[in-house]
Design a protein around this ligand. Structure first.
Ligand SMILES: *Cc1c(COP(=O)(O)O)cnc(C)c1O
Length: 358
């Protein structure tokens, strides 16, 4: 197998980040969010490194089944719940918790016959208006779930924040108040906080926090960086130089010839491109880390390669490694240059990138 490009996943970084979050939310349990293949870090890699997490949050039933097949015993929660009535017996068989956010799910629960009741987290729409029951619907829905023999008691409660990554945005307080008004005093767990909630809104930590991105060592906040919170990036995306070339002033490079060198220089060609999930729209100047320094991307990112300007006196050689993001070059910084968020970069790597635990 070609060793490049590859995403090296640090098990010690994942463990450090879990410990750091526990310290910052000392009275909460941790539901480690590992949807989207562990945010691109490898679902089982992450689950096995984080065996001490209290539970795992997932988007899809098949992800939960993969964890169970991989020997994971912890609590598992489907964050969007089940999609079909035929999913329900699997939830029972494999002891998987489900969110209930919609009438259609409630009806399926009421109309089925199960060997055992399923554990339900009732999702409340406290203001994000994506999933969940409104405060007006809450008491009816809660009563129906309480009356349903297929629902284990107590019922747990969940909500999700729209703006917790903006530390000055008071909308999070409005959402917390709405959720607390409905759920305070009821039996069952309460969970509100994603990474941004856990890091920036300690009053939102509740019985369980649900961190995703922070566990991978990345800050949820634009312009911020995981290291500012004691977090360590868990992914190093590395490739190598496959060509180093002298390049003349005024000569173009790459598809479309839209970049031309202002002066004589040396260009490096790095073996990674949009076919690996490195965004094609990365603009000129997006940094790549080569031999201890940032060098700028020039010209267009192509499918298998991108070009960097190493500078006139560069000593870099074919075979030298190139870091696209990682400890020396935070993915948050790269994402900001590209006009996206770190979440998208780490989750969009394609299967061509080898993901290996180190
Ligand atoms: C993805 C997700 C999370 C984790 O969000 P981060 O911002 O990555 O911490 C938490 N809760 C729910 C419901 C989610 O869908």
């Amino acid at each position: 197998m070609n060793p490049f490009p590859r995403a090296e996943i640090s098990s010690s970084a994942l463990q450090t980040n879990l410990a750091e979050l526990r310290q910052q939310a000392p009275t909460s349990r941790v539901m480690a969010v590992v949807k989207a293949n562990g945010y691109g870090h490898g679902l089982l890699n992450v689950a096995h490194c984080l065996v001490s997490a209290d539970g795992f949050g997932l988007a899809r039933l098949d992800e939960a089944l993969e964890l169970r097949a991989g020997g994971v015993k912890a609590r598992l929660l489907l964050l969007e719940g089940f999609f079909r009535a035929t999913d329900l017996p699997l939830l029972v068989e494999h002891d998987i918790d489900t969110v209930v956010h919609h009438d259609s799910q409630l009806e399926m629960l009421e109309q089925t016959e199960l060997a055992k009741p399923v554990t339900v987290w009732l999702k409340i729409d406290s203001g994000m208006h994506r999933l969940g029951f409104t405060p007006e619907q809450f008491s009816t829905v809660y009563a129906r779930l309480m009356a349903c023999v297929n629902v284990a008691k107590p019922i747990h409660f969940m909500t999700h924040f729209a703006c917790a990554d903006e530390p000055d945005n008071t909308y999070t307080s409005v959402q917390m108040a709405a959720f607390n008004t409905l759920t305070t005093g009821l039996p069952g767990f309460r969970t509100l906080a994603n990474s941004a909630g856990a890091l920036y809104w300690p009053q939102s930590q509740g019985d369980w926090i649900r961190p995703g991105i922070a566990l991978y060592g990345v800050s949820p906040v634009t312009g911020d960086c995981g290291a500012n919170h004691g977090l360590v990036p868990a992914m190093e995306l590395v490739s190598q130089l496959i060509a180093v070339r002298d390049h003349k002033a005024n000569q173009p490079a790459g598809y479309g010839c839209f970049w031309t060198a202002k002066q004589d220089t040396r260009l490096g060609v790095v073996a990674i491109g949009y076919g690996d999930g490195y965004p094609r729209n990365a603009p000129e100047g997006t940094p790549v880390w080569v031999n201890g320094r940032r060098v700028p991307i020039v010209g267009r990112v192509s499918m298998d390669m991108l070009t960097v300007d190493l500078g006139q006196d560069a000593q870099d050689k074919v075979g030298d490694s190139a870091l696209l993001w990682g400890k020396a070059l935070p993915v948050e910084e790269v994402a900001e240059r590209i006009g996206t968020i770190a979440y998208e970069l780490v989750t969009k790597l394609t299967p061509r990138v080898a993901v290996c635990l180190v």
